[in-house]
Design a protein around this ligand. Structure first.
Ligand SMILES: Cc1cc2nc3c(=O)[nH]c(=O)nc-3n(C[C@H](O)[C@H](O)[C@H](O)COP(=O)(O)O)c2cc1C
Length: 305
């Protein structure tokens, strides 16, 4: 028998494979192709208090081994989410994590107050301090230790639900922002969000994305994400959820060895809607073939030279 279950803080998951924010909407489209009760959990699209249409013009560009996006937090807003999308997500038979975004402290406080209320059918809140495609909030908060610390402190007292802090890789020291998240009372860190990038159309001599820059994701970012997970695992006492370029079950194993307790699958779902379910099956086969009884035993098992 193979046990794929993992724990992230006080929350247990049937397996370590979660769907990453912004690459699965609220599960509606993917659920037509894949049984989402097979994954450990689903993270909602980044939500804001009010609806957002996102950025205008071209918002995605393919790059070698990855993609750039500048979606800009298109979402229906908190009220519509609670009315229409959360009930749908709750029917998927998996854990529900809500990705919370905002412009300022009050935005985050109002969102956490409502989504983190006792009885709300949400398993954890993922605080988005890392979206690179909006002018205020998000990545500007995650860019400094002070920003991370003060925003986590500002919301920590408002909910008993687990607060996962989603960090940006666009910093000099990821351990500094991760430690700030921990010290302020975060229950887990999620890393990484996208790396800020640029793609150019050589005919028009303009950026391909109308936002000029966008966030790089996909296999191109995996080594950066792995390095950051590994660095943080060595200094943190709270768990790490690893994300960035995971396409196969072997990638998941690398992330767990580096120190991740669970992982999130992003761009892979855009290439193949059933990627997450295939990855769960691959993990099962790997554990069976290698005599691993509990997949969670892999977390942090990397031996450095
Ligand atoms: C189209 C797109 C939209 C995204 N939207 C969000 C978002 O709303 N909130 C968030 O925290 N991360 C968002 N992300 C980042 C992903 O959740 C993930 O952290 C990143 O893409 C790296 O993982 P990947 O290489 O597996 O895609 C988005 C990524 C993509 C590609």
């Amino acid at each position: 028998m193979v046990d794929l279950s993992v724990r992230v803080g006080n929350l247990d998951f049937q397996n370590p494979v979660l769907l990453a924010s912004g690459t699965c909407g609220f599960g509606r489209e993917l659920s037509e192709y894949v049984d989402l009760s097979k994954v450990g959990g689903i993270c909602s699209k980044g939500l804001t208090l009010l609806p957002r249409e996102g950025n205008p013009g071209c918002r995605v560009a393919e790059t070698p081994s990855g993609m750039l996006n500048s979606v800009g937090l298109q979402n229906p807003g908190l009220d519509k989410f609670l009315e229409k999308e959360l009930p749908f997500m709750n029917g998927l038979g998996t854990r529900v994590i809500v990705n919370v975004a905002g412009h300022c402290t009050e935005d985050y406080q109002r969102m956490v107050d409502k989504l983190g209320a006792p009885g709300m059918a949400v398993d954890a809140l993922e605080l988005n301090f890392s979206c690179p495609n909006v002018r205020e909030g998000c990545m500007t908060i995650g860019a400094t230790e002070e920003g991370v610390y003060s925003m986590v402190r500002a919301v920590r007292g408002l909910t008993d639900k687990p607060l996962w802090i989603k960090l940006t890789p666009n910093v000099t020291s990821i351990t500094a922002t991760a430690l700030a998240a921990q010290e302020a009372g975060g229950d887990a860190v999620v890393m990484i969000n996208t790396l800020l990038g640029l793609a150019i159309n050589i005919k028009t001599r303009k950026p391909i994305l109308q936002n000029n820059t966008g966030g790089l994701s996909g296999p191109a970012v995996k080594p950066v994400a792995l390095r950051m997970v590994q660095e943080c695992y060595r200094v943190l006492s709270i768990p790490i959820v690893g994300v960035g370029g995971i396409m196969t079950s072997d990638d998941v194993i690398e992330f767990m060895l580096a120190g991740a307790s669970a992982v999130e699958i992003g761009t892979a779902s855009l290439l193949h809607p059933a990627a997450c379910a295939n990855i769960v099956e691959g993990l099962h086969a790997y554990a069976k073939d290698n005599g691993i009884e509990n997949i969670s035993s892999l977390t942090g098992a990397l031996t450095l030279w």
